[in-house]
Design a protein around this ligand. Structure first.
Ligand code: BYC
Ligand code: FE
Ligand code: FE
Length: 476
């Protein structure tokens, strides 16, 4: 395997020292990145020691080192999974030919666009989460937030490396622009919808890392299939980091519903207002927040019928998640049956397979989400509480694709605009829900032996450490 060079200003396993021009260009970008991190990264914790994992190798066992580090000193680096010298293109028109080490001229623009879109989400999520530390439910959770944040920063490095190394001047300009756009800024917004939405409380954060980071997983799985080998190898290593982000989301929501169900059982209450009197997050509010982040996240897969997706598949730029599990990798024959909004009603249509690739990826994603929701429901049921969280219909609350035109309730029934608007606050977090959640999260908890009342403690600490280990040293 390629060795990881830690003596350099930018840790890497791409032999950066062997390409002085590239090294200088990235070293020139580095201070701008750090300036962005200090301005837009976690607010109020930059001088604290945080118990973080840092990637030090790309081997499956022992790729990370754990220890205290101040976030601005984090060793953001460039790591690609090991090269497979025999790798061939796994799908599309050039199936079976050797993968590309360089970008073919004719695919340069399309590939740059995919990489920039991927890259843009990484700093966006850090920006969305920058205030959350100030309301943390525990030091354990605070550390997990920062772990996610520094790794999203590293994902930006992974994409910026590709832009600098393969896209010349255009790539360097895109790398600068990635530090200039801002989540939610009307004048210079981030590229994709969900990454401009406010993530204002810890329920949002856990739903985000469950649903939105999971879009990251699926998009990275699709990019890991790319014929452009450096992109594939970058995506593969990013996926190893991504698993932790989804763990944070899944267990975060699980601990919230566990605590709520516990209190409901203990006090024999059911009505949301009674649950709120106990200082817990009532399950209908959890459902509404789930509805919001699930629907924002399924928008991230793009339109159901997409000529962009067809062309990315044909050219070999972007495949399907786990392409090897499909039988037909050329996908010129056959079609994919899907629901579309046609003439004000729902219709079923058979869409040529290549044009259906966004929907294929979205379907895999939804099935993966369902597995997590099932676990949450087991937790609720294990307390003897009769309440089931459900994923809303893909027709509900959409902003991208065919259903953006329609009004549907969470079960998918098409309704009128007025009816939809009248019921909105039953289906999505209302101002009142937000105010209530905010009221629970007024004061941060920096004492490692404490846990906020609205969330159950995790099952175990990090890397064998105790639950009350001081994962962040913060002077309150
Ligand atoms: N918001 O043919 P269409 C992650 C645009 S998350 C705004 O339907 P296409 C992470 C689209 O660009 C993973 N615009 O879709 C998670 C197109 O524009 P043009 C991020 C949208 O192109 C948590 C038009 O609508 N990675 O890593 O097939 C924390 C029609 O497009 C949206 C990627 O997304 C939207 N939601 O696919 C941190 C992978 N959806 O051409 C990180 C790279 C579509 O009319 N990106 N549009 O100007 C892609 O593969 C594709 O660009 C998309 C869209 C899947 C996003
Ligand atoms: Fe990421
Ligand atoms: Fe992530």
């Amino acid at each position: 395997m390629t060795t990881v060079d830690h003596g350099e200003r930018i840790p890497n396993n791409v032999n950066l020292a062997g390409d002085k021009r590239l090294q200088r260009a990235l070293e020139a970008w580095q201070p701008n990145y750090l300036k962005w991190w200090r301005e837009m990264g976690p607010s109020g914790f930059q001088e604290d020691d945080v118990y973080l994992r840092t990637a030090i190798s790309v081997e499956t066992d022992g790729w990370a080192h754990f220890g205290y580090v101040k976030m601005p000193d984090y060793r953001w680096g460039i790591f690609l999974s090991d090269e497979d010298p025999d790798r061939t293109i796994g799908f599309g028109d050039q199936m079976g030919q050797p993968v590309w080490k360089e970008v073919p001229g004719e695919h340069r623009n399309a590939l740059r666009r995919l990489i920039v879109t991927q890259a843009d989400t990484e700093p966006a999520s850090v920006e969305q989460q920058r205030m959350l530390g100030n309301t943390c439910p525990s030091v354990y959770d605070l550390r997990n937030l920062f772990q996610v944040n520094v790794e999203e920063g590293r994902h930006l490095w992974a994409m910026v490396y590709l832009l600098h190394s393969h896209f010349g001047r255009d790539g360097r300009e895109e790398a600068e622009a990635l530090l200039e756009r801002r989540s939610g800024d009307p004048d210079k917004p981030r590229i994709l919808g969900a990454f401009n939405e406010p993530c204002t409380n810890w329920l949002d954060f856990f739903m985000f890392t469950f649903f939105t980071d999971r879009d990251g997983k699926y998009q990275l799985l699709a990019l890991a299939e790319s014929a452009f080998d450096p992109l594939s190898r970058s995506a593969r290593f990013m996926l190893t980091e991504e698993a932790h982000h989804m763990f944070v989301g899944e267990t975060g929501v699980q601990r919230i519903v566990e605590r709520t169900a516990q209190l409901m059982k203990q006090h024999g209450v059911e009505r949301p207002e009674d649950v709120r009197k106990l200082g817990a997050i009532d399950l209908p509010t959890v459902q509404r927040t789930l509805n919001l982040w699930f629907t924002l996240s399924i928008d991230l897969f793009g339109g159901e019928v997409s000529s962009n997706a067809a062309s990315s598949f044909a050219t070999g730029l972007k495949g399907r998640a786990h392409e090897d599990q499909f039988e037909d990798h050329v996908a010129l024959a056959g079609s994919y049956r899907m629901e579309l909004f046609r003439g004000g009603a729902m219709a079923h249509e058979d869409v040529p397979m290549r044009n259906a690739m966004n929907e294929v990826l979205r379907d895999g994603y939804i099935a993966d989400c369902q597995r997590g929701v099932d676990k949450w429901n087991k937790t609720i049921a294990s307390q003897g509480i009769d309440f089931t969280l459900t994923l809303p219909s893909r027709r509900f609350h959409r902003h991208i694709g065919t259903w953006a035109e329609a009004f549907a309730d969470p079960s998918g029934t098409l309704i009128g605009k007025d009816q939809w608007e009248a019921a909105r606050d039953h289906w999505l977090p209302s101002a009142g829900d937000r105010a209530y959640i905010q009221s629970l999260m007024q004061r941060p908890i920096y004492d490692p032996t404490q846990m906020a009342n609205w969330i159950a403690p995790p099952k175990q600490g990090i890397k064998g450490r105790a639950l009350d280990f001081q994962y962040v040293r913060h002077e309150a």
